[in-house]
Each structure stands twice: as structure tokens, then as C-alpha cells.
Design a protein around this ligand. Structure first.
Ligand code: 6PG
Length: 223
């Protein structure tokens, strides 16, 4: 069962998330280590805090986008764009941020991203990951329980969308390797999605994924 941690306010939640990033960065050694970051609205206050009070980024640190819309990195919908802003603020070089090559066709982009992840994991560890949660129970770009199951055996897959942009996303197998995985959730409109993680985990992508994860937590600030 997933561990749920409730916060009195968003500020408390982001205080804890920021402290966790700073701790992980400070504890890093010379072995490559990574923090996986989601897109979406929810983590923006965390990214702003990190950019406003930058830490000294070690050369062993990598940032890994959890998923990407198939748009150029200049597009306002690009997760890479958001994550690169954090990387630039802490003076990380471009090679320190993994990126989905959205100029390729969807499946080729997914395979290329998977190869980047394999190369990183051959020598490094993903110490920390932050995901978001959709009101419909999706996480990263895994939208249904079937998406989670059909991605087994892969580290990244392409997801075609009937409406909206096609996506490349990391999978449950990749997320299982994240040493500490935290799903950040804020707002009353997400209350039902959080509840269903506990009572009906098999009905949503996030429920299926987190139910089988050894070290995942959901941090929820309802107000
Ligand atoms: C994205 C993520 C997605 C997101 C949820 C929650 O890039 O948008 O793939 O999984 O984390 O949709 O989105 P909000 O944080 O915007 O509510």
C-alpha cells in the first residue's frame, strides 16, 4: 500500500521537497547520481525555490525528465524547458540534463531516451524522483493501468494521445529503480485521485504503479 503524507499547507509541502533536494545534492559523492523531475504545474514552486536560492551543483549530478510532450524545447509545454531553467540556475551544463529528442519520430525518440537511461544506469543511481498526479489518476505520461502494464520490460516508451501531444515517458520499471519516489499533489481537486490510490489502486495508472513500488510516497496538501 502506498504511504500517504498529508501537509497542512502547500508551503509546508514545498519546504519538505526543497529540503529533500538539498539533502540529496549535498550527500552526493563522485558516482553519478540523478534526480528525476516531472513537468506540469505542481512542481513549479519547487523549481522556483531552487532557482532563486541555487545550490552548488556537483558535476556528478544529473536531472532526468520523467516524461516529455513531443514539442520543441522552446515550446511552453516542454518539460525540458522547465527543468533546464533549474539546471541553468544552478550552473549545470547541458549534458547533465537528459533529454527526449523530440525532433525524432515518437518510437525512435522513446528508444533513444531509453538508451540514455541505460547508459546512465550503467554507472549511476537515481536517488530521488518527483512525479505529479492528474485528477484522473495518471502520473508521468502513463495514463491508464494498461499503459503501466504494457510498458513492462522497458525504461521509456512512446504514448500516442488522441487529443493533445504524443508523449515519451519513463515506465514503472524505471521508476522502480528510483531510491526515493515522491508524488507531489496539491489542491482539493486532487482529493479523489489521492483517495483512490488508497482504496482502489488497481483503477488508475498511478495506483497500479505506486502499489508495486517499494519506496514511494504521496505528499498531499489539500488546501
Ligand atoms: C506533465 C506530467 C503529468 C503531470 C500531471 C499533474 O508533464 O504534465 O506528465 O503527469 O505531473 O498531469 O499535472 P499538474 O501538476 O499540472 O496538475
Amino acid at each position: 500500500m502506498v504511504t500517504l503524507r498529508k501537509f497542512l499547507s502547500r508551503e509546508h509541502l514545498f519546504d519538505a521537497a526543497e529540503a529533500m533536494v538539498r539533502h540529496v545534492v549535498g550527500a552526493g559523492g563522485s558516482r553519478p547520481f540523478a534526480i528525476l523531475l516531472s513537468g506540469g504545474e505542481t512542481p513549479r514552486p519547487l523549481y522556483s525555490r531552487l532557482a532563486e536560492h541555487p545550490f552548488a551543483a556537483p558535476s556528478a549530478l544529473r536531472l532526468i525528465p520523467a516524461d516529455e510532450r513531443m514539442v520543441p524545447d522552446t515550446d511552453v509545454n516542454s518539460n525540458l524547458r522547465q527543468i533546464r531553467a533549474v539546471a541553468a540556475a544552478v550552473a549545470m551544463g547541458r549534458p547533465q540534463v537528459l533529454q527526449v529528442d523530440t525532433s525524432r519520430p515518437l518510437e525512435a525518440a522513446a528508444l533513444d531516451y531509453e538508451a540514455q537511461l541505460h547508459r546512465f544506469l550503467a554507472e549511476g543511481v537515481i536517488e530521488l524522483g518527483f512525479l505529479g498526479l492528474g485528477a484522473d489518476g495518471h502520473t508521468a505520461s502513463l495514463f491508464t493501468p494498461a499503459d503501466v502494464r504494457s510498458s513492462r520490460g522497458r525504461l521509456a516508451v512512446g504514448v500516442r494521445r488522441e487529443s493533445g501531444y504524443d508523449r515519451v515517458t519513463v515506465t514503472a520499471d524505471l521508476l522502480a529503480m528510483v531510491r526515493r519516489l515522491v508524488v507531489l499533489v496539491v489542491g482539493p481537486e486532487k482529493r479523489q485521485a489521492v483517495l483512490s490510490l488508497e482504496v482502489q489502486p488497481d483503477t488508475t495508472a498511478a495506483g497500479v504503479l505506486l502499489d508495486g513500488h517499494a519506496r514511494a510516497e504521496v505528499w498531499f496538501a489539500p488546501d
